[in-house]
Design a binder for this molecule. Structure first.
Ligand code: ZN
Length: 81
């Protein structure tokens, strides 16, 4: 059974909606910041943009991954394994 929202991935949640993990996050996952519930994906995007790690338009998966890996190594952070 495929996700009822995107139709392309297997549904991993069955009730109340038959949706995949990514679509579940889009619908329901939030983070409370200063008393306001902000969609998690917006928080994540802003964080990556602030670190200059958001994917550049036209950038390949490989190049983007290499850039993130370089940041991870240089900063000695454990954002990516
Ligand atoms: Zn989906």
């Amino acid at each position: 059974m495929n996700c009822q929202d995107c139709g392309s991935k297997p549904a991993t949640h069955l009730r109340p909606y038959q949706i995949c993990d990514r679509c579940w996050v889009s619908r329901f996952s939030t983070q409370r910041i200063d008393g306001e519930d902000i969609p998690f994906r917006d928080v994540h995007k802003a964080r990556l943009q602030g670190l200059d790690l958001w994917r550049i338009e036209g950038e390949s998966d490989k190049d983007w991954g290499a850039r993130c890996q370089k940041y991870s190594t240089l900063q000695e952070r454990r954002l990516f394994k």
